[in-house]
Write a protein that binds this ligand. Structure first.
Ligand code: SF4
Length: 660
C-alpha cells in the first residue's frame, strides 16, 4: 500500500479521496465534432473510472487569440461541447476541473487568425513569430476573459478550474523579465510584472464565489537564464495565496527552455524539490507532476512533505487505471509511462497535429472506437516474436478472450526494448517488458521461449500474428565483413567490447543511442564517483575513447521525435561525440572508413566500426506456405521496416489483435 498517496485531501472546498490527480494534457480531440467529442468523453470517463481523484482537462482558451486547435470559451458552440465533459465524468462518480489557458506569444498566428499578443513584442523561439504588445485595453479584456471563462466553467458543471500560468504561457510571460519589457503598471519591477496574473485571480474569485476551487499552475522554475528568481517565485506564490487560490500546481520549464524537463534523462521525481521549495512558503496544498510515473517515488515525496498531491498527465495515458492500481497496491500490473513522448507530446509538436495516444498503451485516445469487449468467437491465436509488437499482440488477443500462444526464439522477451534499455537513461523500457510479462501471465498466454515454430505447429492455429521485427541492413560497401565491423546489437548486448577509436556508420535514432551508450560507458557510475569524492579520493579518469559518427546528411537523429531529438543531440555534444555530416561512405578498411566529403576523399581512422545503417524486415515469406484456414497478420517492422518505430509496431499489433 502507498499510504501517503491513499490519504484523503482537500483543495479548497473540494474533498478528494486520495492524492492522485490527473494533470492537464491536450488530446488533439478538442473539436466541435461528434466523433472527436465521443472519444474525448470516453477518454476522461475511463480515467475517472480508473480512480483519478480529480481530472484536469487540457487547456481551454479564455479568448480567441489565446491559442488554436482547442476550445475557446467565448464560442457558445465550444462551451456546449465542453459541457459534455463534466457530464461524462460525473456519470461515473468522478470530478473534473477545466484548465483556463492563454498562450500569449506561444500562439501561432495561422491558427488564431491574427498576430499573437504578449506583454512585449519579442520574437518567440517556439513559433518563430513576433507578437504584438498588448495594450491596456487588451489587458483589461484578458482579465475579463478569465473571469467570464471561470464563471462559465462553473455554470456548465466543472468542479474546479486551473488557471494556466506556467510553461511560458501568457501569465508566465508577464512575470518574467525576459518577455516583459513593459514600463507601465504591468511591467518593470516584480510587483508590476506579477500584477496581471494577480488581477486575473482577483477577478476570477468573485466570478465563481468563495467556495469554488481555484488551482493556479505557476512556474516553479522557468529553466530560462535570467528569468524569474527563486525569491520572486516565492513572493508570487504567497501573493497568489493571498489573492485567493486554493492550490498551487508547480510547473517546470518553458517550452523554449534548453533543459530537459519531461524526457527520460530526467530522473524520476527529479523536480519535486522545486515544489517542496514553494510548499515551504505557503499554506495551500501544492501539486506537482514532472516524471512522477511510479508510486514508490511519488509516495515517498508526499510522505516526506515535498508536495501534497501528484498531478501527472502522461502516466494516465499509459494506464487508464493509474490511481486504481496504485491504491490497490498492484504495482506489478501498472503500465508505466516511459517518458518516450513518441505518441503523446510528439503528436502535438509537429504539424499536422495528430491525436495524442501512448506508445505503451495504443488504446489511449481510441477508447470509444475500440471498446473493451470480448470477441464473439474464441480463436486459437499464435504470435510469432516476443518483442514489443508481439507482446502487445499477445496481450490484446488474450484480453479479447482468445487462446493465445506466443513463440520467442530468444531466451528473453522484449526484443528491441531490451536492447534499448541498455542505453543510459532508457532503463524505463524494462518497465514495459515487466508489464507485458505480468499481463501475459494473468491473461493465461502460453509463452514458448527459444522456439521458432514450424509450419506444422502454426497450422494448428486459426490466426498467426507475425511480429518478428527487423534485422540490421548492411551499408553495402566494401569491407563491411571485416572482423572489426560490429553490429549495434552485439555492442549493446555486451557480446563485443567497445574499441578505443570507434566510428559509427549512420546517424538515425539507433546511431545516436549507440553514441550515447559508448560516450557514457567510459566512466564509473555516478554513485561510485560520488563515493570517491566523499572520501576525498581522486576520481579515476574516464576510459579514453574517440567516437565519430558518420552521417549521410545533416539530419542527425532522424526518427527521434521533436521533443527528444534536441536532448539526445545535446547529450552527444556533452559526451564529445564527433559528428561528421554529409559524407558518402566508400569503403571500410583495416584502418578506418574511407569517405568522400566536399568532393575530397579521406580516411577516418577507426579500430572498430559499428553499423547503424538501417533495418530490413525479417523474413516472412514462409507464411505463404501456411494452410488456407490460417489467417496471417504481419505487423510492425516485419511488415514494413521503413521508418519503423516502437509506437507504430505496437499500434499495428494492437489493431491486428483487436480485430480478430
Ligand atoms: Fe509516456 Fe511515451 Fe506513452 Fe507518452 S507515449 S504517455 S511518454 S509512454
Amino acid at each position: 500500500r502507498y499510504e501517503a498517496l491513499a490519504q484523503p485531501g482537500k483543495i479548497g472546498s473540494l474533498e478528494l479521496p486520495h492524492r492522485i490527480l490527473m494533470g492537464s494534457m491536450h488530446m488533439g480531440l478538442e473539436h466541435d465534432d461528434d466523433e472527436m467529442m465521443a472519444r474525448l468523453c470516453e477518454f476522461y470517463r475511463e480515467r475517472a473510472l480508473g480512480g483519478a481523484a480529480l481530472i484536469i482537462t487540457g487547456g481551454a482558451c479564455v479568448l480567441p487569440e489565446g491559442g488554436g486547435h482547442m476550445f475557446v470559451l467565448t464560442n457558445p458552440r465550444h462551451v456546449e461541447r465542453l459541457s459534455e465533459l463534466p457530464k461524462a465524468v460525473h456519470e461515473v462518480g468522478g470530478r473534473i476541473a477545466l484548465q483556463l489557458y492563454h498562450a500569449g506569444r506561444y500562439a501561432f498566428s495561422e491558427e488564431i487568425g491574427q498576430q499573437a499578443v504578449a506583454p512585449s513584442p519579442l520574437p518567440s523561439r517556439l513559433t518563430r513569430e513576433t507578437p504584438r504588445e498588448m495594450t491596456l485595453e487588451d489587458i483589461r479584456r484578458t482579465i475579463e476573459g478569465y473571469a467570464n471563462a471561470a464563471r462559465t466553467a462553473k455554470d456548465i458543471g466543472f468542479d474546479a478550474i486551473e488557471i494556466m500560468g506556467s510553461e511560458g504561457y501568457l501569465l508566465n510571460q508577464f512575470l518574467s523579465p525576459l518577455t516583459n519589457h513593459r514600463n507601465d503598471e504591468y511591467g518593470g519591477d516584480f510587483e508590476r510584472r506579477m500584477r496581471l496574473p494577480l488581477e486575473v485571480v482577483e477577478a476570477v474569485r468573485p466570478a465563481v464565489g468563495p467556495e469554488f476551487p481555484i488551482i493556479f499552475r505557476m512556474s516553479g522554475l522557468d529553466c530560462m537564464p535570467g528569468s524569474t528568481t527563486p525569491e520572486e517565485t516565492i513572493q508570487f506564490a504567497q501573493a497568489l495565496e493571498k489573492a485567493g487560490v486554493d492550490a498551487l500546481n508547480v510547473g517546470i520549464g518553458w517550452h523554449e527552455a534548453a533543459v530537459p524537463t519531461v524526457q527520460q534523462v530526467v530522473p524520476r521525481g527529479g523536480f519535486a524539490g522545486v515544489a517542496a521549495f514553494v510548499r515551504q512558503h505557503v499554506t495551500v496544498p501544492v501539486l506537482a507532476a514532472n516524471r512522477l510515473n511510479v508510486p514508490e517515488v511519488a509516495n515517498e515525496l508526499v510522505a516526506d512533505g515535498f508536495l501534497d498531491f501528484i498531478a501527472p498527465a502522461r502516466p494516465w495515458l499509459a494506464d487508464a487505471e493509474f490511481a486504481k492500481k496504485i491504491l490497490e497496491g498492484d504495482r506489478d500490473g501498472l503500465n508505466v509511462c516511459i517518458a518516450c513522448n513518441q505518441s503523446c507530446l510528439d503528436h502535438t509538436l509537429v504539424k499536422p497535429y495528430r491525436v495524442v495516444s501512448c506508445l505503451v498503451n495504443p488504446r489511449a485516445g481510441y477508447e470509444a472506437l475500440r471498446p473493451r469487449v470480448k470477441a464473439q468467437v474464441k480463436r486459437r491465436v499464435a504470435v510469432v516474436g516476443g518483442g514489443p509488437a508481439g507482446l502487445e499482440a499477445a496481450r490484446a488477443a488474450a484480453e479479447r478472450g482468445h487462446e493465445v500462444t506466443l513463440f520467442e526464439r530468444d531466451t528473453e522477451l522484449g526484443g528491441q526494448f531490451r536492447l534499448a534499455s541498455r542505453i543510459p537513461g532508457k532503463d524505463e523500457f524494462l518497465e514495459t517488458i515487466r508489464y507485458y510479462e505480468v499481463m501475459l501471465e494473468r491473461l493465461g498466454v502460453t509463452v514458448t521461449m527459444q522456439t521458432e515454430p514450424s509450419l506444422d505447429q502454426l497450422a494448428e492455429f486459426d490466426d498467426v500474428i507475425v511480429a518478428v521485427g527487423v534485422k540490421p541492413k548492411a551499408p553495402g560497401i566494401p569491407g563491411e565483413d571485416l572482423p572489426h565491423v560490429v553490429s549495434y546489437q552485439d555492442l549493446l548486448m555486451g557480446r563485443v567490447q567497445p574499441g578505443r577509436n570507434i566510428v559509427i556508420l549512420g546517424a538515425g535514432g539507433i546511431g545516436c543511442d549507440v553514441a550515447v551508450f559508448l560516450g557514457t560507458r567510459r566512466r564509473m557510475t555516478p554513485d561510485a564517483e560520488a563515493f570517491f569524492e566523499e572520501q576525498g579520493l581522486p576520481v579515476p579518469k574516464p576510459i579514453e575513447r574517440t567516437i565519430t559518427m558518420l552521417a549521410r546528411s545533416d539530419r542527425i537523429g532522424r526518427g527521434i521525435g521533436r521533443s527528444t531529438r534536441w536532448v539526445v543531440r545535446q547529450e552527444m555534444q556533452r559526451l564529445g561525440v564527433n559528428v561528421v555530416p554529409n559524407v558518402a561512405m566508400l569503403e571500410i578498411t583495416q584502418d578506418g572508413v574511407r569517405i568522400e566529403r566536399d568532393g575530397r576523399e579521406e580516411l577516418v581512422p577507426a579500430d572498430q566500426v559499428v553499423l547503424c545503417t538501417g533495418q530490413l524486415p525479417q523474413e516472412t515469406a514462409w507464411t505463404e506456405k501456411l494452410p488456407p484456414h490460417v489467417r496471417v497478420h504481419i505487423v510492425g517492422g516485419a511488415r514494413d521496416s521503413r521508418d519503423i518505430n516502437a509506437a507504430r509496431a505496437i499500434r499495428e499489433a494492437w489493431m491486428a489483435a483487436y480485430d480478430i
